[in-house]
Design a binder for this molecule. Structure first.
Ligand code: ADP
Length: 160
């Protein structure tokens, strides 16, 4: 049987425990999870694309079924090129739903063969977002419970 592969796109600026949870659960359903960093110009990014990719690789160093790639342009095109079985997305609640519904519908229009699979966040990660992590860490707050240890180290190095 052909290997199944989830294409998990996002900014991952930085990787949070919410992302880690979705990746780990994705591995229960798919043979491989491809963490796909979108190379879109974002001047407000805290970490460079390379730094973000390295952090994901380091956190999942012991898991050969997780790979990291960088993609440009249309997400569905990138997913098609790597032969992904489905796009994997996390849902935190109604706030995510509207946007995710729009994206999934548009992607279905662009590439009807490509399914989008949603996983509900675990309740402990309900309020975790990369943006919140950047904001709280930037103001000197403790984000230890929200990110992997390696990401915490990187944040501490980056911030005064
Ligand atoms: P984006 O730039 O699209 O917001 P992110 O890097 O924030 O990308 O997130 C990538 C994916 O991970 C999205 O599907 C997002 O909903 C999901 N995600 C982010 N944080 C969490 C979380 N705490 N629980 C579940 N899913 C999450």
């Amino acid at each position: 049987m052909r290997e199944t592969c989830a294409f998990y796109p996002g900014s991952f600026d930085p990787l949070t425990n919410g992302h880690v949870n979705i990746i780990q659960r994705g591995l229960r359903v798919f043979d491989r999870v491809l963490v796909a960093l979108a190379n879109n110009v974002n001047k407000n990014a805290m970490f460079t694309l390379q730094e973000r990719a390295d952090l994901v690789r380091e956190v999942f160093a012991g898991e050969s079924r997780v790979e990291v790639i960088v993609f440009e342009g249309l997400m569905v095109e990138a997913a098609r090129k790597v032969g992904a079985t489905a796009v994997l997305r996390g849902l935190r609640g109604v706030a995510d739903f509207e946007y995710e519904f729009q994206m999934a519908t548009m992607n279905n229009l662009l590439q009807p063969q490509l399914e989008t699979v949603f996983m509900m966040t675990e309740k402990s990660h309900f309020f975790v977002s990369s943006q919140l992590v950047r904001e709280v860490a930037g103001l000197g707050g403790d984000v230890e419970p929200l990110v992997p240890a390696l990401v915490l180290q990187a944040l501490r190095k980056r911030l005064p």
